[in-house]
Write a protein that binds this ligand. Structure first.
Ligand code: OGA
Ligand code: NI
Length: 206
């Protein structure tokens, strides 16, 4: 199973990030990769998902007023997600070569927003965590078949300091969104259907 047969995907992402700081790509990965990720999700018992919170491990605290999604952190040891992690590693190496970002790790989770769940406007990174790691680039890959405009669940992107979103993105199957974690506040609107995504962050460590 290959994640993508298009050798232009990573160069396209890099060029768009250089110009705009964010990118939205439809049909980013192969149908077999999508099927594999959806299968992986379907096999998971919803018990694997935990109410999301702010911070990890000791610093963790759930805060249902800010967000109400459920998440499950992924390890890169499952055949069904292997292709995705391989792609992330290729992108990490390319980004470092071009932008000297010094990205040295990628963390990634499945997120499930039950009906009406949301995530208020936030920035994914402001400061280093307890391990001196800092999120630099956010990636979101949507896994929702037949998502309609009226279903809600849009991702809204803002420029820092702006009250109005400059972009509204429906969480459609195969849509990949990548943006600089420190530069784009964003929020997830409540949806009328369950909403699934694979969300990750490339990080630096000092
Ligand atoms: C996040 C987030 C956006 C989305 O998990 O930090 O902002 O569209 N997710 O799922
Ligand atoms: Ni976020």
């Amino acid at each position: 199973m290959t994640i993508n047969n298009d050798p232009k995907l990573i160069p396209t992402i890099c060029a768009a990030l250089e110009e705009h700081g964010f990118v939205v790509i439809d049909h980013a990965f192969s149908a077999s990769m999508n099927a594999s990720l959806v299968e992986f999700l379907a096999d998971l018992n919803l018990d694997h998902f935990k109410l999301a919170g702010m911070g990890r491990a000791q610093a963790f605290h759930a805060n249902a007023e800010i967000r109400s999604d459920h998440i499950m952190w992924l390890q890169d040891n499952d055949a069904k997600t292997k292709g995705y992690f391989e792609w992330a590693e290729c992108l990490r190496v390319a980004l470092n070569e071009i932008f000297y970002l010094g990205l040295n790790s990628y963390e990634c989770m499945f997120a499930h927003y039950p009906v009406s769940a949301f995530y208020q406007k936030h920035v994914d990174a402001f400061k280093q965590n307890e391990n001196k790691q800092k999120r630099k680039l956010s990636t979101i890959y949507y896994l929702n078949d037949n998502w309609q405009a009226g279903d809600g669940g849009e991702l809204l992107l803002y420029h820092l300091g702006d009250a109005h979103a400059f972009k509204r993105i429906l969480p459609e199957m195969g849509r990949l969104v990548i943006f600089l974690s420190e530069e784009f506040p964003h929020e997830v609107l409540p949806a009328k259907k369950s909403r699934y995504s694979l969300t990750g962050w490339f990080k630096t460590q000092s």
